[in-house]
Design a protein. Structure first.
Length: 220
């Protein structure tokens, strides 16, 4: 099993973090990964370290976030929500392989604009908390493969493996509103309306590709 598949299985959302600093070598590796995915996507994702103020607010405390001092600011064009999910999750899985913990954060933070840059026609979509968790998190109840697929023929193993990986993807409020339809040897991915569902779809597509061992050419 490759490292990304291991990361999908082992990754759980973590909201409480220790005061252990992320090592310089890991910070540098994360920066390189972010630069690579920014170049590939046109996003402007930024790693912010040793900054406790974003999670020092009522919403963060209400959301049970503790000790968050490092995060990724998911900045990018306003219409690139799916790309934020897809490439942000690529970073999350790489961080998991490094021994770090993460959590996607939609609302439970305050903006600390002096710590990151937002260009014209860009917005801060959300944050990803990152660091050493006080635990490894726990798994959550998931829908079944049948709940999220349309497959008129016998389901091939690669498609099922992709969907199973997608069902391990984090989604806002654990809503899992994505659907995967097999059409010939291609896949159509869609989502229903809801909070952050376009970002969730990007995350799920990232997991699908890894689980099915396919690339972006699979999508209709």
């Amino acid at each position: 099993m490759n490292k990304l598949k291991e990361s999908i299985i082992n990754r759980h959302s973590v909201r409480a973090y220790s005061d252990k600093h992320i090592e310089d070598a890991k910070v540098a590796e994360l920066q390189d990964i972010i630069l690579k995915y920014n170049a590939a996507s046109g996003l402007n994702m930024q790693l912010i370290t040793d900054e406790p103020e974003a999670f020092n607010c009522f919403l963060a405390h209400y959301g049970k976030f503790r000790g968050v001092r490092n995060y990724i600011a998911m900045v990018g064009p306003k219409d690139q929500k799916e790309a934020c999910g897809y490439y942000g999750e690529r970073i999350v899985l790489a961080a998991q392989a490094m021994g770090l913990n993460t959590c996607w954060v939609g609302l439970s933070y305050k903006k600390v604009k002096q710590r990151y840059t937002i260009g014209n026609d860009e917005k801060l979509h959300l944050l990803i908390a990152i660091g050493y968790g006080t635990s490894q998190g726990v798994s959550h109840r998931s829908k079944s493969v049948a709940d999220v697929t349309i497959c008129k023929e016998e389901m091939p193993d690669w498609f099922k493996a992709g969907v199973e990986a997608a069902l391990l993807a984090p989604t806002a409020m654990n809503q899992q509103k994505f659907r995967f339809e097999l059409i010939g040897n291609k896949v159509k991915a869609t989502t229903f309306p809801g909070f952050y569902t376009k970002i969730d779809l990007g995350i799920a597509k990232c997991h699908f590709e890894i689980g099915a061992e396919v690339d972006k050419s699979i999508w209709l």
